[in-house]
Design a protein. Structure first.
Length: 241
């Protein structure tokens, strides 16, 4: 069974959002109904039963008590609903719900909270798949800025965002900018991750593809050789002598 490409982000987004929901939980039966319907919707989504998932997510939202305050549970389900609409290629509805979800989290947590990161990334992926590279880049950059404020400028968790930015820059033929992101990602990988870490080797191979595109073949070959060398490098024994 083919898994929809947004599934991993969807589940991650749910986990992150639960930290918001813990502080803004509905009480009583409405919360129980929301929990059940949202979980059933996720199950249907994983099985690619997108129409069923959409109905269950709508039921989950309807179960929430009327409240003038923004609700974290609603934000969770709106994100999930967007992914289900995207699974049906109903892109206008998907985009609307991604934006609504992101707006609610921003209302609850403010404009620079880490809980925004995966929502920004989801929407960035959505725009990138539609060929809207400039819009995707703005979202990825905002996500990166938030993570830098929390983690500093050399944490390995920054690598996926840097690679996203490298890809959309390359798609816009902004090759110098793309290379800058690859170089920064590679520097983090080399200094913060083990020598043979798969993520560092992946950065090298992706960076090499850009260099080949620019006819910088010798540099591309060198990066690929470095990746192969590191993969074959001996690892330190865990035993205490």
């Amino acid at each position: 069974m083919r898994v929809h490409p947004n599934l991993v982000l969807l589940v991650s987004f749910l986990i992150v959002f639960m930290s918001v929901a813990d502080g803004h939980s509905a009480v009583g039966s409405s919360h129980d109904v929301w929990t059940t319907k949202n979980a059933e919707g996720l199950k249907a989504y994983r099985q690619q039963h997108y129409e069923q998932a959409i109905q269950l997510f709508h039921d989950a939202i309807s179960s929430l008590e009327t409240d003038t305050q923004p609700r974290a549970q609603e934000a969770i389900t709106l994100n999930n609903l967007a992914a289900a609409y995207e699974g049906l290629n109903r892109y206008d509805e998907a985009e609307l719900h991604y934006l609504q979800s992101l707006t609610i989290v921003e209302q609850i947590q403010g404009p620079n909270h880490p809980d925004l990161v995966l929502g920004l990334t989801n929407l960035g992926i959505f725009h990138r798949k539609r060929g809207r590279f400039a819009q995707a880049e703005r979202l990825y950059q905002r996500s990166l800025t938030i993570m830098e404020q929390v983690l500093g400028d050399s944490h390995p968790h920054l690598i996926p965002a840097l690679l996203d930015l490298a890809h959309v820059s390359q798609a816009q033929k902004e090759f110098e900018r793309s290379e800058k992101y690859y170089k920064r990602a590679l520097k983090i990988g080399k200094t913060e991750l083990p020598v043979a870490h798969h993520q560092t080797q992946s950065i090298r191979m992706q960076y090499a593809e850009l260099l080949r595109h620019l006819n910088r073949v010798a540099e591309a070959n060198w990066l690929e050789d470095q990746a192969r060398h590191d993969l074959n490098a001996p690892t330190q024994s865990p035993l205490i002598e």
